[in-house]
Design a protein. Structure first.
Length: 489
């Protein structure tokens, strides 16, 4: 392996800046923001949060701006259009930055939606340069190289950080030089933000038709896919088909967690499908050709099992973000099965394209993940409270009946309140819905709601397996609690 000279490295960095100018600037801004935030520490927590937020959004700009460049290369855009679209997406990211709350006010909902938009951006990197008809081999080879480059960049960054950290540690203890612990974290963000991202960007191939020499299949990937992933996937199929047979024999409903197993099988299966796709026409690859031909057919009965399992959980406990994810994933997987079974073309580009579109759609609107989950859980909460006379149909609260709720209902009510607290202004909207008399100066938490409902101000959680039952309890009560009339605790 030829080691590149310093001149070649500098030229590669120049080429990278010329090809991805705004992305390169964003990585510098993000890295500096993280380093400054760490330097500020807890002495200036407000500004520290601002800098951390800048660094966080620089992560979103990395795949988003790379995707725009790949799209412009594919359609050979003129400079004004190239810069116009890049600045437009940069403006969207800046707008999103100001629309989201400070990190201290980040809820589970805010963090989840941010993660989903990052996922959409990374998926876009895989296909935006190949929207033109055909180009399947080009699409596959491009993503193989990008995926390989990402792994190499992560590995190099890890080795470089480990080596330099040990060097700093040696200087600290051998020469009694004071090196603060924050320097190691700053070093990590510098290596990942500058070296890692630039090394990755330098290795992104241009969007262009590949030559016959480039259209090869790596031997290492073939061994990994054909002799490791394929047998594992077959084993998972056997296990889940055996479980399906058991369900039919005993005539019982599937367990809720089986949906996660089916989704794991689907994810691994599709990855294997994409890995071995170029081998489908090679001779002496009967196992590979059979997998390509029958994977989605074999997956179809398990999708039915997946739907039964998730609808059972939704029927019992309503829609939550996790169940919404599973339901949407089940619908997407079912649609993919129908397409790849019925279509003769079997366009693998549709896998990342359709997945990105679906993920983008569930991030906003009344059909979005948190809008649907919020409404479902509020309806469930109101049904429970009305049935137990804690809440009237006119949304009037009766604290006397609230204090009489049994432990199992307290668990369910507290779990719903806990979920609503993790959504953006979920409890505030519920307060307005029920016209509750809560002072605006009071920080609205689920404990406040529990008190207003007359419930015990506790957070309770109950989970049961075939062998064990788990029950956790904690409270924010400051006074002692009466323990008389109880035999065990």
């Amino acid at each position: 392996m030829k080691i590149p000279s310093l001149f070649i490295i500098i030229e590669n960095i120049k080429s990278m800046f010329k090809r991805f100018p705004l992305m390169s600037i964003a990585t510098v801004i993000g890295t500096v923001a993280y380093i400054v935030a760490i330097q500020l520490g807890i002495r200036d927590s407000h500004n520290q949060e601002v800098y951390f937020k800048i660094g966080l959004f620089s992560l979103l700009s990395l795949p988003a701006l790379i995707s725009v460049v790949l799209l412009s290369e594919s359609f050979s855009w003129e400079k004004w259009k190239y810069w116009g679209v890049q600045l437009f997406f940069t403006g969207l990211i800046v707008m999103y930055f100001f629309m989201t709350p400070a990190l201290d006010d980040f809820t589970v909902q805010t963090g989840s939606i941010f993660f989903l938009w990052n996922l959409v951006a990374w998926l876009s990197c895989s296909y935006l340069g190949f929207l033109k008809k055909g180009m399947l081999s080009d699409f596959w080879q491009f993503n193989r190289k990008v995926f390989g480059r990402l792994i190499i960049s992560a590995f190099y960054s890890f080795i470089l950080f480990g080596g330099l950290s040990l060097a700093l540690l040696a200087i600290r203890y051998l020469f009694d030089v004071e090196i603060r612990n924050e320097r190691y974290l700053q070093l990590f963000f510098f290596i990942v933000g500058i070296f890692g991202s630039w090394h990755f960007a330098c290795g992104i191939p241009a969007v262009a038709p590949i030559s016959n020499e480039e259209n090869t299949y790596p031997k290492g990937l073939k061994i990994f896919s054909q002799y490791i992933l394929l047998p594992l996937e077959t084993l998972y199929f056997i296990i889940l088909y055996a479980y399906s047979a058991r369900i039919l024999f005993l005539w019982e409903l599937p367990k809720g967690w089986v949906s996660y197993l089916v989704l794991a099988l689907t994810k691994i299966g599709i990855i294997v499908y994409l890995f071995i796709w170029p081998l489908r026409k090679k001779e002496n690859n009967l196992w590979v050709r059979s997998y390509i031909q029958y994977f989605f057919i074999a997956l179809s009965p398990l999708i039915i099992l997946l739907f039964v399992a998730i609808f059972r959980r939704i029927g019992d406990y309503g829609i939550t973000p996790n169940r919404y994810y599973v339901l949407v994933a089940a619908i997407w997987t079912a649609a993919s099965c129908i397409y790849f079974i019925c279509s003769k073309k079997k366009n693998i580009k549709l896998i990342p394209i359709s997945l990105a579109v679906v993920i983008a759609l569930i991030c906003f609107g009344p059909w979005g993940i948190y809008s649907v989950s919020y409404q479902s859980q509020v309806n469930r909460l109101e049904t429970m409270l009305i049935e137990n006379k804690v809440l009237t149909p006119e949304n009037k609260i009766d604290t006397i009946h609230g204090a009489q709720l049994n432990d199992s209902l307290c668990v369910e009510v507290n779990q719903v309140l806990d979920f609503l607290e993790g959504t953006d202004k979920g409890l505030i909207k519920l307060k307005e819905r029920w016209s509750m008399n809560i002072n605006d100066t009071v920080d609205i938490t689920r404990y406040v709601f529990a008190q207003k409902l007359g419930l015990k101000t506790t957070k309770t959680y109950y989970y049961q397996t075939e062998k064990y039952s788990y029950f956790s309890w904690n409270s924010d009560m400051k006074d002692y609690m009466e323990a008389k009339d109880y035999d065990y605790i």
